[in-house]
Design a protein around this ligand. Structure first.
Ligand code: SAH
Length: 267
């Protein structure tokens, strides 16, 4: 029995074993003893994750896949004599799951060949729960992977690049063509690794930082002086040279500096 791929769940099952192994090896294994895999499907990555000396939890929304995993992996697990504690299958939607109680005081690495329709939302959740996530790696639509890793000065540099890189170091690892999946997606895929920075809180009001970044990129072709108008900047502040720049020209650190300037202005 295998699982029939469902489009609405973004199911593209990886078929290449050595790529599955390479993805599972994209985790450094340092700084945590639990790995959460999102969207295991038929367990292509899971089997390599189980070779690691870690606790493995998989979260899958698709009932058929959960049944498949329970039949094929739980049995295997019993054969190997691995306790329930070592491998857990959760049927659930990662975006709706109560993550606060899931993480509690744990440090958890996240991995997956992610469903592409919700990949940005997965990243934003990881940013929100970063205190529990020292590392996240896995496969995204190539364009999204590149955007997350992109530096300033590029057309694809945007909200997700700045917000992710404010808290994580991002590395683009390798590209995977459509032919390695069943069914093949329409686009290339890219594997990236996010490693949480040692200091993962900002020196400035984080909500304001998020607001500044989002508001600036909402009108990415305009100068900040124009796009940030709604933030009630004083005339003197608007004279600062930084406000003559466009959002894609600002590094993460410059966005933080900009937020400092705005914070001083509104309070
Ligand atoms: N890891 C497998 C499957 C990848 S396809 C492989 O590499 O072959 C993406 C998987 O994510 C599918 O199994 C899909 O059912 C699952 N998925 C989709 N939305 C999800 C969600 N919100 N929460 C958890 N899993 C989800």
């Amino acid at each position: 029995m295998t699982v029939r791929a469902k489009k609405h769940l973004g199911q593209h099952f990886l078929t290449n074993e050595s790529i599955a192994k390479d993805i599972s090896d994209s985790l450094t294994n340092i700084g945590y003893d639990t790995i959460l895999e999102i969207g295991p499907g038929m367990g292509m990555l899971t089997k390599y994750l189980l070779e690691k000396n870690k606790k493995i939890i998989v979260m899958e929304i698709d009932r058929d896949s959960v049944v498949y995993l329970k039949t094929n992996f739980k049995k295997e697990q019993l054969n190997l004599g691995l306790s329930d504690d070592r491998f857990n299958i959760i049927e659930g939607d990662f975006l709706k799951y109560d993550l606060s109680s899931f993480f509690k005081n744990k440090q958890v690495a996240i991995i997956g060949n992610y469903p592409y329709n919700i990949s940005s939302q997965i990243i934003f959740k990881a940013i929100e729960y970063r205190a529990y996530i020292p590392e996240l790696s896995g496969m995204f639509q190539k364009e999204v992977a590149q955007r997350i890793a992109e530096k300033e000065g590029s057309k694809t540099y945007g909200i997700i690049s700045v917000l992710t890189q404010a808290f994580f170091n991002v590395e683009y690892l390798f590209t995977v063509p459509p032919s390695e999946f069943n069914p093949p997606p329409k686009v290339d895929s890219g594997v990236i690794r996010l490693t949480r920075k040692e200091v993962f809180s900002l020196s400035v009001d984080e909500n304001l930082f998020f607001r500044v970044v989002k508001t600036a990129f909402n009108q990415r072709r305009k100068m900040l002086r124009t796009s940030l108008k709604s933030m009630n900047l004083s005339d003197t502040l608007k004279e600062d040279v930084i406000f003559a720049m466009r959002p894609e020209q600002l590094s993460v650190n410059e966005f933080i500096k900009l937020t400092h300037k705005i914070a001083k202005n509104v309070i």
